[in-house]
Design a protein around this ligand. Structure first.
Ligand SMILES: NC(=O)C1=CN([C@@H]2O[C@H](COP(=O)(O)OP(=O)(O)OC[C@H]3O[C@@H](n4cnc5c(N)ncnc54)[C@H](O)[C@@H]3O)[C@@H](O)[C@H]2O)[C@@H](O)CC1
Ligand SMILES: [K+]
Length: 504
């Protein structure tokens, strides 16, 4: 699903209005009906709604929602901020349509607001949407500060007011802290970025029938990974297939005290469906691997406690995953340098393999093209230098992937896949329970297992990241978020694969 800029959304509105054709007032009515359908499914008519409207079309949405909720028997209170000569015509028309029984309070300062909203109420933020051009101040900022302190659910219409959708929101500015954001037709970039995402709360995309021709032809470097698209990547297993059909993966890593990491990667690669798995570990890992992962073949290093070499014949492997539990011994770095000089199958690099690459210019310069790197933000910044903002981090991601012709899976609440072509894919699965040691090792195993099966680097990233989060979601559903551990993620990988393949 494409993530569009505010300007593209305006163009989509205009195209729909001209081509469907539909008046902008009726399009607003459609948007308002979608919000009302969502709200009335979750709140009975005993819930009073307090609707805070700005002077533009976002405020117009709020007024239309207030009228439609009133028609359904809800108790409504409307507050107007900034209304006057600059109000939009659809706002004015909806204000004129508002039934007289709904109390309307113009607000020029916080003193005109009720001391506190009743606890059973829901507050609706329809102050400003995608038309935001500057940080909030004056009565807008005062009302937002007030709303953020109210002990009631705060639902933002389209966008939390004060949040810029596709540019950085100035630090320290006043922004609605929404519990829920009901956004129209397409998600916005700010929703998936770490500094702005928390303001959006739980977000839902409400279709309002923008013209499909426009949505099909508009281009955006930013996409969301949604099940409808990810599912198409899955390859069914043919009846006459055998273990050779599903590739042979090599995982390399582990060191004294860190054998769990490579063990979990191994489990994950197997659960991702790889046909054969060999694991290269220091000697300390031999018994551990053979016992914990009987399905894997194990090769041991000359060294007892850390890796100093890779197998000589690499031609039998369709993918090599390196890094989980590797450590940063100098000899391991030298082994990587030697490896990068050879003709290699596709690589997946994680954890200490990334730290070794970050601290060694030779390694960075000879990064094999087409590699998949899976850093968390700190590991990423070791590779690229510090990012000063979310936007800057995306720029660094784009230039790193282009320069090294590689795929970077930047891990986070909405993991972002950067590609050599400059396209970005944001994940939609996963939960805070996965913020626990070892889930990254599981991801490395999944990506290695998928790549070895013949999925392209981009397919493996999309499918792997999505399934990893989905497995975590299924695990959290069964076990709760707090006690979720990394091994639960690979244990639920089969269920995730099944769920994705059955998705309608
Ligand atoms: N036909 C359409 O265009 C549709 C628009 N929709 C709604 O329209 C919204 C966009 O509406 P608008 O473009 O009218 O913009 P907004 O309602 O977001 O903002 C209104 C106006 O406020 C002014 N403004 C910007 N920053 C401000 C600030 N910091 N303080 C005070 N005023 C400020 C600007 O002049 C802006 O045009 C969307 O977010 C969505 O809610 C929906 O009704 C769907 C259909
Ligand atoms: K809003």
């Amino acid at each position: 699903m494409k993530i569009l800029t505010a300007a593209q959304i305006r163009a989509a509105d205009a195209f729909t209005i001209a081509q469907e054709p539909i008046s902008s007032l009726d399009l607003m009515e459609r948007a308002a009906n979608a919000v009302v359908a969502w709200l009335t499914q979750r709140h009975g008519s005993e819930t009073p709604f307090f609707v805070f409207c700005g002077p533009g079309n976002n405020g117009g949405d709020g007024l239309a929602v207030a009228r439609l909720l009133h028609q359904r028997g809800y108790d409504l209170h409307v507050f107007l901020v900034g209304a006057g000569p600059k109000q939009s015509s659809d706002f004015t028309q909806n204000l004129n349509r508002l039934p007289q029984e709904i109390p309307v309070t113009p607000v020029t300062s916080a003193s005109e607001l009720p001391t506190a909203l009743p606890q059973q109420a829901v507050a609706l933020d329809a102050l400003l949407g995608t038309g935001l051009t500057r940080a909030l101040e004056g009565p807008f900022a005062q009302v937002v500060d007030y709303l953020n302190q109210q002990p009631v659910p705060l639902v933002s219409v389209d966008v939390p007011s004060g949040l810029f959708t596709d540019a950085a929101t100035p630090a320290g500015s006043t922004v609605v802290q929404a519990d829920i954001t009901l956004t129209f037709e397409q998600p916005k970039l700010a929703f998936v970025l770490p500094s702005s995402g928390p303001n959006v709360g739980e977000w839902h995309v409400l279709p309002i029938g923008l013209h499909p021709d426009f949505l099909a032809q508009v281009t955006s470097p930013y996409q969301l990974l949604v099940p409808e698209n990810v599912k198409k990547l899955l390859r069914p297993r043919a009846k006459f297939s055998h273990k050779g059909t599903f590739g042979h993966a090599l995982l390399a890593g582990g060191s004294y005290g860190k054998m769990g990491a490579i063990t979990m990667s191994s489990q994950a690669a197997l659960r991702a469906g790889v046909g054969l798995l060999t694991v290269q570990v220091p000697q300390v890992g031999y018994n551990i691997l053979q016992t914990a992962v009987p399905e894997a073949m194990v090769l041991t290093d000359e060294q007892a406690d850390y890796l100093t070499q890779f197998p000589e014949d690499l031609s039998r492997y369709q993918c090599i995953g390196i890094g989980p539990g590797l450590g940063q011994a100098e000899a391991s770095g030298l082994a990587l340098e030697n490896l990068f000089r050879q003709k290699l199958p596709p690589l997946v690099l994680d954890a200490d393999a990334l730290n070794l690459v970050a601290s060694n210019r030779q390694l960075r310069q000879h990064l094999p093209p087409g590699s998949i790197l899976t850093p968390h933000p700190k590991e990423f910044e070791r590779l690229t230098g510090p990012a000063t903002s979310d936007d800057h981090r995306l720029q660094l991601l784009q230039s790193f992937c282009a320069e090294h012709d590689c795929y970077v899976v930047l891990k986070g609440a909405h993991t972002c896949i950067g590609t050599p072509t400059g396209d970005f894919y944001f994940n939609t699965t996963g939960n805070p329970g996965m913020a626990t040691g070892g889930t990254g090792d599981v991801l490395t195993g999944i990506l290695t297992g998928l790549r070895a099966q013949g999925y392209s680097a981009l397919e493996a990233c999309q499918l792997g990241v999505y399934l990893h989060g989905l497995a975590g979601d299924l695990a959290a559903e069964a076990l709760g978020e707090a006690s979720l551990v990394a091994s639960d993620v690979y244990r639920y990988l089969g269920a995730a694969l099944k769920k994705l393949s059955q998705n309608p």
